[in-house]
Design a protein around this ligand. Structure first.
Ligand code: FES
Ligand code: FES
Length: 174
């Protein structure tokens, strides 16, 4: 038997723990190993938009949103997601229906190989949900845990500011 703080007692069966998670708006039941990392569980379940970079908490490519806040999926156990809300890049948009943040990243030229982009986009989403009108230092602070091997980071900052402007305009601001 394993416990999750404030979220009831988790039952272990056959060496696995039964958890329920809300992923991208859908409730799912998972059986996870006690020491299984969220990154491994997500990729095993088909959420390949969640990238494995350093596997060590340093690069930010495995970022997902947990109850709206960025977390590193390589640094938390899957069982810790029990009864919580996860957003992965698959839940934000797709090539046919991109989210305005994804459109802004493409338009600003921020996407090169694309490996870091799911994490960057999700961090931007968390920032803009909390602060719809960030200045450049705020964007830089939000993105500073996300490494990119291709760019000089300028385009990604521009993309986040462009996304903020677009989202504000679409919500009736200017
Ligand atoms: S893969 Fe998780 S921070 Fe690098
Ligand atoms: S675009 Fe290639 S790692 Fe960032």
């Amino acid at each position: 038997m394993a416990k999750t703080k404030g979220r009831g007692v988790l039952q272990a069966k056959d060496g696995k723990i039964a958890i329920t998670v809300n992923i991208n708006g859908r409730e799912q039941a998972w059986a996870v190993a006690p020491g299984e990392y969220l990154l491994d569980a997500l990729r095993r379940e088909g959420y390949k938009g969640v990238k494995r970079g350093c596997d060590n908490g340093d690069c930010g490519t495995c970022t997902v949103l947990l109850d709206g806040k960025p977390v590193l999926a390589c640094m938390m156990f899957a069982a810790q997601a029990h009864r919580r809300r996860l957003l992965t890049i698959e839940g934000l948009g797709d090539p046919n229906h991109p989210h305005p943040i994804q459109e802004a990243f493409v338009e600003a030229g921020a996407v090169q190989c694309g490996f870091c982009i799911p994490g960057m986009v999700l961090v931007t989403k968390a920032l803009l949900d909390q602060n719809p009108d960030p200045d450049e230092p705020a964007v830089r602070r939000a993105l500073d845990g996300n490494l990119c091997r291709c760019t000089g980071y300028v385009k990604q900052v521009e993309a986040a500011l462009l996304a903020a402007k677009r989202l504000k305009a679409s919500q009736g601001g200017n």
